[in-house]
Write a protein that binds this ligand. Sequence first.
Ligand SMILES: [Zn+2]
Length: 74
Amino acid sequence: MARTCPSCGSRDIAKIVYGMPDPSVMEAAERGEVVIGGCCVTVDENGDWAMPDQRCRECGKDFARPRRGRPALT
Ligand SMILES: [Zn+2]
């Protein structure tokens, strides 16, 4: 699915991964395909995910796709 940056419109988007990264995630992060977001996540008052999970590799903007539900940690 094509994603675009809401700031600059770039399609060069990396996924931000939360939780303990496994080795394959670490390798992807070294290639710049994903961003390690750490293991601390925030949910809003409804218990919905409140963290950005996409990062523009063009301008560095973090943003989130609309999503509901509690974060699924790896
Ligand atoms: Zn951007």
